[in-house]
Write a protein that binds this ligand. Structure first.
Ligand SMILES: [Zn+2]
Ligand SMILES: [Zn+2]
Length: 181
Protein backbone atom coordinates (compact mmCIF):
# COMPACT_ATOMS: atom_id res chain seq x y z
CA UNK A 1 0.00 0.00 0.00
CA UNK A 2 3.11 2.24 0.03
CA UNK A 3 3.51 4.18 -3.21
CA UNK A 4 6.56 6.27 -4.01
CA UNK A 5 5.24 9.48 -5.57
CA UNK A 6 8.49 11.46 -5.90
CA UNK A 7 8.25 11.49 -9.72
CA UNK A 8 4.64 12.60 -9.67
CA UNK A 9 5.36 15.37 -7.16
CA UNK A 10 7.78 16.79 -9.74
CA UNK A 11 5.15 16.54 -12.47
CA UNK A 12 2.72 19.31 -13.37
CA UNK A 13 -0.66 19.79 -11.69
CA UNK A 14 -3.25 17.47 -13.20
CA UNK A 15 -0.86 14.65 -14.09
CA UNK A 16 -2.42 11.25 -13.50
CA UNK A 17 -1.10 7.83 -12.58
CA UNK A 18 -3.18 4.71 -12.04
CA UNK A 19 -2.12 2.38 -9.30
CA UNK A 20 -3.28 -1.21 -8.85
CA UNK A 21 -4.02 -2.01 -5.22
CA UNK A 22 -3.52 -5.61 -4.16
CA UNK A 23 -2.43 -6.13 -0.60
CA UNK A 24 -3.24 -7.10 2.95
CA UNK A 25 -4.51 -4.52 5.46
CA UNK A 26 -5.32 -5.14 9.10
CA UNK A 27 -9.00 -4.19 9.45
CA UNK A 28 -10.76 -4.58 12.80
CA UNK A 29 -8.18 -7.09 13.99
CA UNK A 30 -8.10 -9.39 10.96
CA UNK A 31 -5.90 -9.35 7.86
CA UNK A 32 -8.03 -8.53 4.84
CA UNK A 33 -7.09 -8.68 1.17
CA UNK A 34 -7.77 -5.30 -0.45
CA UNK A 35 -7.98 -5.02 -4.24
CA UNK A 36 -8.91 -2.36 -6.75
CA UNK A 37 -7.46 0.66 -8.47
CA UNK A 38 -6.74 4.20 -7.36
CA UNK A 39 -6.09 7.14 -9.59
CA UNK A 40 -3.41 9.47 -8.26
CA UNK A 41 -3.64 13.05 -9.46
CA UNK A 42 -1.12 15.79 -8.82
CA UNK A 43 -2.86 18.78 -7.26
CA UNK A 44 -1.47 22.21 -6.45
CA UNK A 45 -1.07 21.08 -2.85
CA UNK A 46 -0.19 17.39 -3.11
CA UNK A 47 -1.66 14.19 -4.51
CA UNK A 48 -5.34 13.31 -4.72
CA UNK A 49 -6.04 9.58 -4.49
CA UNK A 50 -9.42 8.48 -5.80
CA UNK A 51 -10.72 5.01 -6.52
CA UNK A 52 -12.86 2.04 -5.57
CA UNK A 53 -11.40 -0.73 -3.47
CA UNK A 54 -12.91 -4.07 -2.53
CA UNK A 55 -12.28 -6.15 0.53
CA UNK A 56 -13.98 -8.57 2.88
CA UNK A 57 -13.83 -8.46 6.66
CA UNK A 58 -14.80 -11.10 9.16
CA UNK A 59 -17.59 -9.86 11.44
CA UNK A 60 -19.88 -11.39 14.06
CA UNK A 61 -23.60 -11.69 13.28
CA UNK A 62 -25.50 -9.57 15.82
CA UNK A 63 -28.34 -12.13 15.92
CA UNK A 64 -26.72 -15.57 15.92
CA UNK A 65 -23.15 -14.54 16.93
CA UNK A 66 -21.55 -16.62 14.15
CA UNK A 67 -18.58 -15.27 12.20
CA UNK A 68 -19.06 -14.51 8.53
CA UNK A 69 -17.31 -12.65 5.70
CA UNK A 70 -18.81 -9.21 5.02
CA UNK A 71 -17.86 -7.66 1.65
CA UNK A 72 -16.94 -3.97 1.69
CA UNK A 73 -16.73 -1.48 -1.18
CA UNK A 74 -14.59 1.53 -0.32
CA UNK A 75 -14.97 4.73 -2.32
CA UNK A 76 -11.66 6.35 -1.50
CA UNK A 77 -11.09 10.05 -2.10
CA UNK A 78 -8.36 11.72 -0.09
CA UNK A 79 -5.72 14.35 -0.70
CA UNK A 80 -2.23 13.65 0.59
CA UNK A 81 0.10 16.47 1.51
CA UNK A 82 3.89 16.30 1.17
CA UNK A 83 5.87 16.90 4.36
CA UNK A 84 9.12 17.45 2.47
CA UNK A 85 9.73 19.40 -0.74
CA UNK A 86 10.68 16.88 -3.43
CA UNK A 87 13.28 19.22 -5.01
CA UNK A 88 14.80 21.16 -2.13
CA UNK A 89 14.18 18.58 0.65
CA UNK A 90 12.96 21.42 2.86
CA UNK A 91 10.22 20.72 5.38
CA UNK A 92 6.81 21.87 4.26
CA UNK A 93 4.08 23.33 6.46
CA UNK A 94 0.96 21.16 6.62
CA UNK A 95 -2.51 22.53 5.91
CA UNK A 96 -4.65 23.43 8.88
CA UNK A 97 -7.13 20.61 8.23
CA UNK A 98 -7.19 18.16 11.09
CA UNK A 99 -6.34 14.54 10.44
CA UNK A 100 -5.13 15.10 6.89
CA UNK A 101 -3.05 12.40 5.26
CA UNK A 102 0.59 13.04 4.54
CA UNK A 103 3.34 11.91 2.19
CA UNK A 104 6.43 11.10 4.27
CA UNK A 105 9.96 12.49 3.93
CA UNK A 106 10.84 9.68 1.50
CA UNK A 107 7.94 10.81 -0.73
CA UNK A 108 5.95 7.70 0.07
CA UNK A 109 2.17 7.87 0.06
CA UNK A 110 0.75 5.13 2.28
CA UNK A 111 -2.84 4.05 1.59
CA UNK A 112 -2.98 1.70 4.59
CA UNK A 113 -4.38 4.17 7.14
CA UNK A 114 -6.92 5.54 4.63
CA UNK A 115 -8.19 2.03 3.80
CA UNK A 116 -8.31 1.22 7.51
CA UNK A 117 -10.41 4.28 8.32
CA UNK A 118 -12.78 3.88 5.35
CA UNK A 119 -13.29 0.19 6.13
CA UNK A 120 -14.15 0.83 9.77
CA UNK A 121 -16.78 3.35 8.69
CA UNK A 122 -18.23 0.89 6.15
CA UNK A 123 -18.73 -1.97 8.62
CA UNK A 124 -22.35 -1.91 9.88
CA UNK A 125 -22.97 -1.51 13.61
CA UNK A 126 -25.18 -4.61 13.73
CA UNK A 127 -24.15 -6.96 10.92
CA UNK A 128 -26.54 -9.82 10.06
CA UNK A 129 -25.22 -13.03 8.42
CA UNK A 130 -28.27 -13.22 6.15
CA UNK A 131 -31.63 -11.38 5.93
CA UNK A 132 -33.68 -14.13 7.59
CA UNK A 133 -31.16 -15.13 10.27
CA UNK A 134 -33.22 -16.85 12.98
CA UNK A 135 -30.84 -15.85 15.79
CA UNK A 136 -30.31 -17.68 19.06
CA UNK A 137 -32.91 -19.21 21.35
CA UNK A 138 -33.21 -16.73 24.27
CA UNK A 139 -33.69 -19.68 26.60
CA UNK A 140 -30.88 -22.17 25.78
CA UNK A 141 -28.71 -20.18 23.34
CA UNK A 142 -29.11 -22.72 20.54
CA UNK A 143 -28.44 -21.33 17.04
CA UNK A 144 -31.92 -21.52 15.49
CA UNK A 145 -30.44 -21.42 11.97
CA UNK A 146 -29.40 -25.02 12.62
CA UNK A 147 -32.99 -26.08 13.40
CA UNK A 148 -35.34 -25.71 16.38
CA UNK A 149 -34.32 -26.52 19.93
CA UNK A 150 -36.24 -28.47 22.56
CA UNK A 151 -37.36 -25.27 24.35
CA UNK A 152 -39.63 -24.46 21.42
CA UNK A 153 -41.82 -27.50 22.10
CA UNK A 154 -41.85 -26.92 25.84
CA UNK A 155 -42.84 -23.30 25.40
CA UNK A 156 -45.63 -23.89 22.87
CA UNK A 157 -47.42 -26.54 24.91
CA UNK A 158 -48.71 -24.28 27.72
CA UNK A 159 -49.67 -21.70 25.11
CA UNK A 160 -51.78 -24.28 23.34
CA UNK A 161 -53.58 -25.20 26.53
CA UNK A 162 -54.33 -21.49 27.13
CA UNK A 163 -55.80 -21.29 23.65
CA UNK A 164 -57.84 -24.43 24.23
CA UNK A 165 -59.31 -22.85 27.37
CA UNK A 166 -60.19 -19.74 25.39
CA UNK A 167 -61.87 -21.74 22.63
CA UNK A 168 -63.85 -23.72 25.20
CA UNK A 169 -64.94 -20.52 26.96
CA UNK A 170 -66.09 -18.99 23.67
CA UNK A 171 -67.89 -22.17 22.84
CA UNK A 172 -69.85 -21.96 26.06
CA UNK A 173 -70.85 -18.36 25.29
CA UNK A 174 -71.97 -19.19 21.76
CA UNK A 175 -73.90 -22.20 22.90
CA UNK A 176 -75.71 -20.34 25.64
CA UNK A 177 -79.43 -20.64 25.15
CA UNK A 178 -81.08 -17.48 23.78
CA UNK A 179 -82.76 -15.12 26.18
CA UNK A 180 -80.65 -15.97 29.22
CA UNK A 181 -78.72 -12.65 29.18
ZN1 LIG B 1 -26.87 -14.74 11.99
ZN1 LIG C 1 -33.82 -23.25 23.24
Amino acid sequence: MRINVSQQLKASVGSIRNYQVNGIVDIAGSDSLVQGEVRLMRTDRGILAKGILYTEVEVTCSRCLSLFGYPLTLNIEEEYFPTTDVVSSASLPLPEELGCFTIDEHHVLDLTETIHQYALLAIPMKPICHEDCAGLCPNCGHNLNQGPCDCLLQRTEPRWSELTKLVLANDTLVNKPKGTE
